[in-house]
Write a protein that binds this ligand. Sequence first.
Ligand SMILES: CC(C)(COP(=O)(O)OP(=O)(O)OC[C@H]1O[C@@H](n2cnc3c(N)ncnc32)[C@H](O)[C@@H]1OP(=O)(O)O)[C@@H](O)C(=O)NCCC(=O)NCCS
Length: 327
Amino acid sequence: MYVPPNLITNHDLEKIMDTSDEWIKQRTGIEQRYWISMEGATGSSDLGLEASKMALANAGWTAEDLDFIIFATLSPDIMFPGSGCLLQAKLGLNSTPALDIRQQCSGFLYGLATADAYIKTGLAGKILLVGAEVHSSGLDKSTRGRDVTVIFGDGAAALCIEGIETDANAGVLASALHADGNYAEALMTELPASRLPIRIPPGVPIDDPRYYPVMDGPAIFKKAVRMLPQVINESLEKAQMSLDDIDLIVPHQANLRINQALGQFLKLDENKIFHNIQKYGNTTAASIPLALHEAMAQGRIGKSGDVVLFVGLGAGLTWGSVIYKFL
Ligand SMILES: CC(C)(COP(=O)(O)OP(=O)(O)OC[C@H]1O[C@@H](n2cnc3c(N)ncnc32)[C@H](O)[C@@H]1OP(=O)(O)O)[C@@H](O)C(=O)NCCC(=O)NCCS
């Protein structure tokens, strides 16, 4: 995992908009987040590159070993081409296939399910899966945007995923993915828009709200507390498992209250669900792998036979769950 060095506390936000440490902590659990420096020139592929270099070193791989790169982000460096291509070049490669996934907070889940399918069908043997976001350069940092801006942090995390022949029941045991585009406008950034005659409409001021993410927070909150338990049960059924078989739930870190409500609904022990949103905010496609990295570093998960369940919901709407067993 990698986060940029610029630490932004809730008190720092109090200085630029009408908000308070107390409101942010009480409603979201977030205490701080990391943003790239205001000078810019750091895109999602740059954060992804730092995480990728560490993941490759930890796996004992070089970039040349990769058959496939999957890059999940809602904040690509540029409108096109995708950040996967930019990362591939930064890794010193020039022909390895690279796929971008635009599924927001479910990007890692969609990416992991895709990597699993590529491996199980023999299309790839060694895959780099990256989730990375630079939110801070696209947020409305005035009071108008406070509901969204206090939530999001920049960051990246990467996984090296390899297919191995084994008789053990291990690896990705089940995945369940969903989308409901009827809620697309509940969380979106509207401009630039290809559906308009001119993507960047002439005369629209640069601080027009359509250039910034807007969110119907209460609607997303309600959807999350309903859909997350459902999709957890769906993946458990597919894997023919029960919650007792799961050693740790690593959920997307959107709001501590959502994940605490999920824990209460499922009657989970406190130590069966992982939270780190307090330190990083919502890093969207990076959030689940970043939490996985910390859970493994803390020894909460990662031993042979451990089973982890990933789950999340976000813009699209998109949501899903993946169950993974360590070999
Ligand atoms: C965004 C979220 C934290 C807002 O919390 P909430 O309890 O729903 O709060 P509301 O949006 O109803 O706003 C309550 C009040 O706080 C105010 N407010 C909003 N953001 C604020 C901020 N950063 N600081 C201070 N006050 C704020 C609102 O203006 C509103 O004021 P009013 O009552 O005078 O109108 C919450 O809805 C949420 O987490 N939703 C889900 C987000 C999510 O999961 N997104 C998908 C993944 S990206």
